[in-house]
Design a protein around this ligand. Structure first.
Ligand SMILES: Nc1ncnc2c1ncn2[C@@H]1O[C@H](COP(=O)(O)OP(=O)(O)OP(=O)(O)O)[C@@H](O)[C@H]1O
Length: 257
């Protein structure tokens, strides 16, 4: 197995100077599906954006496909894909126009882009909308276009940040199967989500971060054994939450009155 992502003592602060990543250490092997989870604000998207070369201000060492993200970001970007949640799509474009724009960034020929775009849009059920402007699209329809745009250049590593957002149950099943088959094809998948049962099922390894630090790292079976707990939701709650959910909910209702 070869290491395709290596993160050493990664720290990052935004403009206010507060550390949001406080020394992350992590390695990902080729062909792994890693579920990267944590509470809101834990630092998941920040980590992914650093791995994509979108945030240069970090300290520590970050290597992707053996190359330093600080100096080789452009080279790395050619080989990785990114499926964000709710990114700003150019809504006045049609999906084919948008995918053409993305494909050209990866130096793909228009003929190849057109073929892939039509095939992929058809496969996610958007055949009847390929020439409609995306400002008429539902949330799930946009998410399907984002999914295709992150994969169209057939990247080696795929970063997904809450990729199932807004997708219907059938589309979720399709995406899970696509991820499983991408793994079989040797791709590496770095997957961030709050949907615990999906993370539990698809991940070879689960990394939990809390307040900018890794607090658990292992297969679901390993985490389950350590936590003496049956589901990832429970393990997550045990490590990052508290047992005041019921009283918080009643206080919330009282505050509404
Ligand atoms: N552009 C920014 N400027 C300032 N602070 C930011 C910025 N982006 C994120 N943060 C802060 O960094 C911290 C981590 O945010 P991040 O988006 O990485 O969390 P996350 O784990 O992805 O959360 P979520 O589950 O809510 O998506 C939060 O405290 C957030 O307020």
């Amino acid at each position: 197995m070869s290491t395709v992502i290596s993160i050493e003592n990664l720290q990052n602060a935004y403009n206010d100077g507060q550390l949001v990543l406080k020394g992350i250490n992590l390695e990902v092997q080729a062909g792994e599906i890693v579920g990267y989870i944590g509470p809101n604000g834990a630092g998941k998207s920040t980590t992914i954006k650093i791995l994509l070369g979108m945030i240069p201000s970090f300290t520590g060492e970050v290597r992707v496909l053996g190359q330093d993200i600080r100096t080789e970001a452009l080279e790395i970007k050619k080989q990785v894909g990114y499926v964000p949640e709710n990114a700003a799509l150019y809504e006045v474009l049609t999906p084919v126009e948008y995918l053409t724009f993305i494909g050209r960034l990866y130096s793909m020929s228009d003929a190849v882009i057109q073929r892939k775009a039509e095939d992929l849009l058809h496969l996610v059920g958007l055949s009847n909308h390929i020439n409609s402007r995306m400002n008429t699209f539902s949330k799930g329809m946009r998410q399907k276009v984002l999914l295709i745009s992150g994969l169209i250049h057939n990247p080696e590593i795929i970063f997904l940040d809450e990729p199932l957002s807004g997708l219907d149950a059938n589309a979720v099943i399709l995406v899970k199967e696509i991820l499983a088959q991408l793994k079989t094809a040797g791709k590496t998948i770095f997957y961030s989500s709050h949907i615990m049962d999906v993370v539990e099922k698809i991940s070879d390894r689960i990394v939990i971060i809390n307040q900018g630090q890794v607090i658990a790292n292992g297969s679901f079976e390993e985490l389950k054994a350590q936590a003496h707990s049956g589901s990832l939701e429970r393990i997550f709650q045990g490590l990052t939450g508290d047992d005041t959910t019921q009283s918080k909910a009643s206080e919330f209702l009282q505050a509404l009155q």
